[in-house]
Design a protein around this ligand. Sequence first.
Ligand SMILES: *Cc1c(COP(=O)(O)O)cnc(C)c1O
Length: 369
Amino acid sequence: MTEISGAELTIDLGAVQANYRTLQSHLAGAELAAVVKADAYGLGLGPVVRALTETGCETFFVATAAEAVQLRGSESDANIHVFNGPLPGEEAAFLEHALVPVLNSLEQVQNWSAYCTGIGAPGLADIQIDTGMSRLGLEAGDVARLAGSPELLQSITLDLALSHLACADQPDHAMNNEQLAAFEAGAGPIGAPRHSLASSSGIFLGTEYHFDMARAGAALFGLNPVPGNPNPMRQVIRIQGKILQVRSVDTHRSVGYGASHQATRSAKIATVAIGYGDGYLRALSNAGTVFIDSHEVPVVGRVSMDLTTLDVTDVPDGLLALGQPVDFAGPLNPVDRIAEQAGTIGYEILTSLGTRYQRHYVGGEGNSA
Ligand SMILES: *Cc1c(COP(=O)(O)O)cnc(C)c1O
């Protein structure tokens, strides 16, 4: 076997499992469902779901029917809920794969009800109430109509009434309380047996936000659900690139596209094989920092598709050999920190990781090798 060793993405499934247990320990009696939309936030749907199932997770949320069908292919027993609900024509696929749609409008309620009545089989469904996000969900007026017209729910067996918080990562934000009150007012009349409001950050707002189920994504994957406070979650990913070349540049030589960096001293520049094609965002040009061993070094010049350039002048020569690993994300530079440097959020860093890394899954019983 010949070896090919490009940039590596290591995904610690043991950390995902530990994070699941940490969140569950905050929830007392409420169920913890895992949100695994967008390929489990870029970390790989199959391995992530297997690890979560091992640790006791029974319910998963995805965004689209296509994601749900993919998940059903590997997890025959899981409860799979679909945030976006069925578009017209998708109803049969939902029933065929035993997917629970989140119905987000009266029209979606009517369509699902009509379909289930038509085939003579009751369909399970959740109903989302809009309590302030103005994206998806029934408004207060829709809730009143639904409560006054039970025939609208003919052939539908309700599972969850749910809503989503806009500002849960800011515990002092007035909207949290407002949305909680709107949810309590709206969920009652709908008559669903179970209620769900909190996602990752919402879990940390207090027990009154927990209801029967929390739906966590980001915190399972290591992002900090309580920004500004120490992260209670374990880091999940490590990204290592390799040095392709080190060169000396003199004063006034420029580095990279657009000549956006000019050396102001005689400097050593290392070029590493990771770029925005790997999700190391171009916004990190002249802004990101990475680690060589324990040495923090700045990204200088523009990040290009396949390459990033670093000022390694202060790094000992022994750490600058061809193939030397460079931590683009790791113990010293967590995803939230990269996001801050890029002017975005950790969610976008994770879901941008791309397909070019050599992926290694470690931890988790199914991945003990
Ligand atoms: C994505 C999503 C979640 C999960 O949010 P995290 O912040 O990643 O925990 C929960 N509920 C809804 C409706 C979502 O769209």
